[in-house]
Ligand binder design. Structure first.
Ligand SMILES: NC(=O)c1ccc[n+]([C@@H]2O[C@H](COP(=O)([O-])OP(=O)(O)OC[C@H]3O[C@@H](n4cnc5c(N)ncnc54)[C@H](OP(=O)(O)O)[C@@H]3O)[C@@H](O)[C@H]2O)c1
Length: 363
């Protein structure tokens, strides 16, 4: 038995979202079980880097694909009232069985585990802004997005059957240190001077949300009864449309923004070898808008405010460059005395040098 048993559990605690949710709950003085698949050292050292005390945290191991979740550890989980599910396979190019195992079976297993908690206050499940309520069409959407859509429906259904108080959170592209998928690939191409044309064209809206804000939002959800049984689209409506977003980042990074664009219908018809575009990412290039009113109203009542989006985007771009877009160990913020020439199309100081190092741009 642990002296102060956890009151909340976070599945996927080593992940980009999960670790920030753990950090936010710990900052708020909550006692958190961090459920991880492998060793927990990655999480503890990341939390130490964020100056978050881990005194209220216990690490348990689990595999969400196993019924009962295969939880191990000596921790008493009987006092858990809030269950956060941020465990998933989030990647493009997965095979269907692999994607479904974590994103459908795993999500349902977590729902069933939550249902068995005697003091359950809330299950908070992370879906996604384009998958929640969508048809799980594997051919059109690809394994990641379709399995998330199928998982979303399956979690809602199982929660209804088992009378689980459920809140679904649908973030758009979450930006912050450690986010290297999706929009980050486009920023990487931009940075390397390999974005000759903009995918999508005018009107395309790829919204973002700041990771710190999302973590605060998720931590607040179970504290408010009104959020039970609801789904929230969490994104910044002020995100510039894609051409302006790319122009903003190009100017910040000191590289040239593409002047021309290619429509999505044409990208879909051209061979991938020619466009370099991953077909699974194309459905994100859309001019759809999303109903954020309920999330904004709740955030207002909970006293949550988003940071200005342009500032968050610039900061994320700096983080991406510093972290080499996830390709290697972080570099130091400045490399003094680096006199290497800028590559073509990179008029500023934001270009890779011959040794592959990058210089952090100044804005
Ligand atoms: N990041 C975004 O911009 C974004 C936007 C919208 C929605 N979402 C959704 O948010 C959720 C979290 O995304 P993320 O960006 O945090 O992804 P991530 O960084 O890849 O984290 C996924 C987490 O799930 C864990 N996991 C995977 N399979 C597991 C299993 N079988 N058992 C237990 N844990 C398992 C991973 O553990 P390991 O560390 O051991 O692999 C990792 O901790 C996903 O559902 C994703 O679809 C993300």
């Amino acid at each position: 038995m642990t002296p102060h048993p956890p009151d909340s559990i976070v599945f996927g605690a080593t992940g980009f979202l999960g670790r920030s949710i753990v950090a936010e709950l710990l900052r708020q003085g909550r006692r958190v079980a961090a459920a991880v698949r492998g060793p927990g050292d990655r999480l503890t050292s990341w939390l130490a880097g964020q100056e978050v005390s881990t005194a209220g945290m216990t690490v348990v191991t689990c595999d969400v694909t196993v019924p009962g979740l295969g939880l191990t550890g000596l921790t008493d989980l009987a006092g858990v009232r809030d269950v956060y599910n941020a465990a998933a396979r989030f990647a493009f190019g997965l095979d269907v069985a692999e994607a479904r195992l974590a994103n459908v079976t795993g999500a349902v297993n977590v729902t069933e585990w939550a249902a068995a908690r005697t003091g359950l206050r809330r299950l908070v499940h992370v879906s996604g802004y384009r998958v929640s309520g969508a048809e799980p069409d594997y051919r059109r959407l690809g394994p990641y997005e379709a399995s998330k859509a199928e998982g979303d429906a399956a979690v809602r259904r199982r929660a209804r059957e088992l009378d689980v108080p459920l809140t679904i959170v649908n973030p758009a592209t979450v930006i912050g240190p450690g986010q290297f998928i999706g929009l980050a690939s486009l920023v990487h191409d931009l940075w390397r001077g390999r974005l000759p044309v903009l995918p999508g064209g005018p009107g395309v809206f790829v919204p973002v949300v700041d990771i710190g804000y999302l973590a605060r939002f998720m931590a607040a959800v179970p504290e408010h009864e009104e959020t039970a049984g609801r789904a929230y689209w969490v994104l910044d409506d002020d995100t510039p449309e894609l051409p302006e977003l790319v122009a903003l980042l190009a100017s910040h990074l000191g590289v040239r923004a593409p002047r021309r664009s290619i429509p999505v219908w044409l990208l879909r018809r051209l061979p991938r070898a020619l466009t370099g575009a991953d077909p699974e990412t194309l459905s994100f290039l859309s001019d759809d808008r999303y109903d954020t009113a309920p999330a904004r109203a709740f955030a207002g009542r909970a006293g949550l405010r988003m940071p200005p989006v342009e500032q968050a985007l610039r900061r994320w771009a700096d983080d991406l460059v510093t972290a080499r877009f996830g390709a290697g160990p972080p570099m130091s913020p400045e490399i003094p005395g680096d006199g290497s020439p800028a590559s073509p199309g990179s008029p500023g100081n934001g270009s890779p040098d011959p040794a592959g190092r990058t210089r952090r741009p100044t804005s």
